[in-house]
Design a protein. Structure first.
Length: 287
């Protein structure tokens, strides 16, 4: 199934894409839907009102978060290596465990929305295409063998980052990745049963039509099951939690010469099994 949140008839509503139609669910949001068994959801979908997909606006599939967005850094070794010597004195040894951080939920925008851009805030806007995991089952200290059973589905994100803000605040990533209205998410959540193996997905990022990132999730340093297991060690994960799984090589900050985003640039994020995000940077006063 492909789960969406849409704007229709002046209201937000969760739904399921069925061909060229959207079956509208009666729940408040998709997190509520996660509590329903597959059979129960199937019955609701069968009797749900339907609208044409072309007649609705696709919003970010997740709209309400009970915590910050969970993120993974340096999860492709080629990305870790490409940035060596370019972290402005903040280089570290290759980590022996996944590197986690969070970003504020107000970053989230829809799959085709404009990315808010303010050059007064940062001179180094960068792109990071990422596969994102939606947790659907509560768990703590989850064994790796059981980790994928806790996944409700998969979606796409672009972790737009401000590199100079990262460096200016001690090298930690929260500030340089939490700017409002900057992280496209969607276009839908593909259910885990339909998605299949998360370690066999081609991920791409295009900037103004040029391919900047092109990799397989097979290249992850730590696979999705390992990420969930290690993140949940002593820490409860709950339905609706969103986990970004890291970005591959090709970021603008590591290129020679460097490539940073500016007003009017179009960023496309693609993954097989999911689809694409298509977003343009547009000026918003943020600073």
């Amino acid at each position: 199934m492909r789960f969406v949140t849409v704007e229709h008839a002046g209201r937000e509503q969760p739904g399921v894409v069925d061909g060229l139609e959207v079956a509208l669910l009666p729940h408040q949001d998709l997190v509520v839907s996660m509590g329903f068994a597959v059979d129960a959801l199937g019955n609701e979908i069968a009797g749900a009102p339907r609208v044409a997909l072309e007649d609705v606006k696709l919003l970010a599939p997740l709209r309400r978060f009970r915590r910050d967005i969970l993120c993974t850094g340096w999860n492709y070794w080629d990305h870790f290596e490409e940035s060596k010597g370019k972290r402005e004195g903040q280089d570290v040894d290759r980590p022996e465990h996944p590197t986690f951080f969070t970003k504020g939920p107000d970053v989230v925008i829809g799959p085709y929305d404009e990315i808010a851009y303010d050059p007064a805030l940062s001179a180094k806007w960068d792109y990071e295409a990422e596969l994102a995991v939606v947790i659907g089952k509560t768990g703590r200290s989850i064994p790796k063998a059981d980790a994928l059973d806790h996944v409700w589905g998969y979606t796409l994100a672009n972790d737009i980052s401000q590199r100079d803000l990262q460096r200016a605040h001690g090298g930690q990533w929260l500030k340089g990745k939490s700017i409002d209205q900057t992280m496209p998410l969607g276009p839908w959540i593909v259910s885990a049963d339909e998605f299949g193996d998360p370690q066999d997905v081609r991920l791409q990022c295009l900037l103004n039509g040029q391919v900047m990132q092109d990799a397989s999730t097979k290249q992850m340093a730590y696979d999705v099951a390992t990420l969930i297991s290690e993140l949940s060690f002593g820490m409860t994960l709950r339905p609706g939690d969103l986990l970004l799984t890291g970005t591959p090589a090709g970021i603008g900050n590591a290129r020679e010469p460097q490539v940073f985003l500016g007003e009017g640039d179009e960023v496309i994020t693609r993954a097989d099994k999911i689809g694409e995000l298509r977003n343009t940077l547009a000026y918003r006063k943020l600073a």
